[in-house]
Design a protein around this ligand. Structure first.
Ligand SMILES: [Fe+2]
Ligand SMILES: [Fe+2]
Length: 127
């Protein structure tokens, strides 16, 4: 089992965004846990849909905060978020073809990388 532990260094220092990032990772842990027990693609699909819904909500809230603060890298952020949403949509459209482990690893790595390399720049910009 690939449970993921949230660490302090993942906090970028904007409370709302940090909470959303953490909630997303909790959902992802949940997905990993359940999908290793139940193999039905219907369950896998509903959980991928849930992850997608949450990620989408988070991205829009981050983008509107960036817009309000005239963040110069907003467009770059939008494109990266869009890429992630497209990837999740593809996974959700053919859940029988994917392994829960690869979904988990892809989302965890992309999300963490994005937080530590991109979202953190927004927090620094606000200071
Ligand atoms: Fe972002
Ligand atoms: Fe984010």
């Amino acid at each position: 089992m690939n449970q993921f532990m949230w660490k302090n260094i993942f906090n970028i220092g904007i409370a709302d965004i940090d909470r959303q990032h953490r909630e997303f990772m909790d959902l992802l842990n949940n997905f990993e846990q359940k999908s290793s027990i139940k193999k039905e693609s219907e369950i896998k699909q509903s959980m991928i849909d849930q992850l997608k819904l949450y990620a989408t909500k988070h991205f829009r809230s981050e983008e509107s905060m960036m817009k309000e603060n005239v963040y110069p890298e907003l467009e770059k952020q939008r494109q990266m978020h869009k890429y992630f949403e497209t990837q999740i949509s593809e996974m959700a459209s053919s859940p029988e073809k994917i392994s829960p482990n690869s979904v988990f690893t892809f989302m965890r790595d992309w999300f963490l990388n994005h937080i530590m390399e991109e979202d953190i720049k927004f927090a620094q910009y606000l200071k």
